[in-house]
Design a binder for this molecule. Structure first.
Ligand code: ADP
Length: 192
């Protein structure tokens, strides 16, 4: 099983590249942001609690997202692989993912990180906010909060995978298709 962690700050292009990757490789896309937004749409208790935090640009508690990922892994036993998008976002989430995958006799093949400059991220998110309807994309204060959360809690996750020699960084500011080709080369290099 080929399990890839697609990493990067908010607005780096993880969702866009994930869509292309699932078409190319037939892996299952697991985005904790999407999973949380579907809980909000369903109006569940979990969704209601998560919405308050998400709308404020704050990470939801680790146990919430870890629980969601655990259910998805169990629900997809025959998967060829998973693309993790927006997860793990803290070091405890990364250690939990290793344990969950070990329970399924598999592991993370590698982390692919999209590297994008701060001002480009802010511009992309504000632009997305014009059409996405996402409350966390609409103003610079909230976007700054999300970037703060990323810098303090999420960046250390890259070091976690670097220490395991599983990290590859890709410059994420060019054409979508060029970036996609670079990601594919990295994944193809992982072997089976
Ligand atoms: P983006 O990468 O553009 O910020 P996401 O859809 O990945 O968008 O995340 C939106 C929000 O959902 C985050 O700001 C956070 O509140 C919550 N969230 C998503 N994934 C996680 C996670 N793994 N851990 C904690 N909170 C998360």
């Amino acid at each position: 099983m080929q399990n890839i962690v697609l990493f990067g700050p908010p607005g780096a292009g993880k969702g866009t590249q994930s869509q292309k990757l699932i078409e190319q490789y037939g892996y299952i896309h697991l985005s904790t942001g999407d999973l949380l937004r579907s809980q909000i749409a369903l109006g569940t208790q979990l969704g209601q609690k998560a919405k308050e935090l998400m709308d404020a640009g704050i990470l939801v508690p680790d146990e919430v997202v870890i629980g969601m990922i655990a259910s998805e892994l169990t629900a997809n036993p025959g998967a060829k692989g998973f693309i993790f998008d927006g997860f793990p976002r803290t070091v405890p989430q990364a250690t939990a993912l290793d344990a969950l995958l070990a329970d399924h006799s598999t592991s993370v093949k590698g982390m692919i990180a999209l590297e994008v400059a701060h001002d480009v991220l802010v511009a992309r998110l504000l632009n997305r906010g014009l059409t996405s309807g996402r409350p966390d994309d609409v103003n610079e204060v909230l976007i700054a909060k999300r970037v703060d959360e990323y810098n303090s809690k999420t960046k250390p996750v890259a070091d976690y995978y670097k220490a395991q020699h599983k990290y590859t960084g890709i410059f994420g500011e060019g054409e979508v298709d060029d970036i996609f080709q670079q990601i594919c080369r990295v994944i193809d290099g992982f072997g089976r």
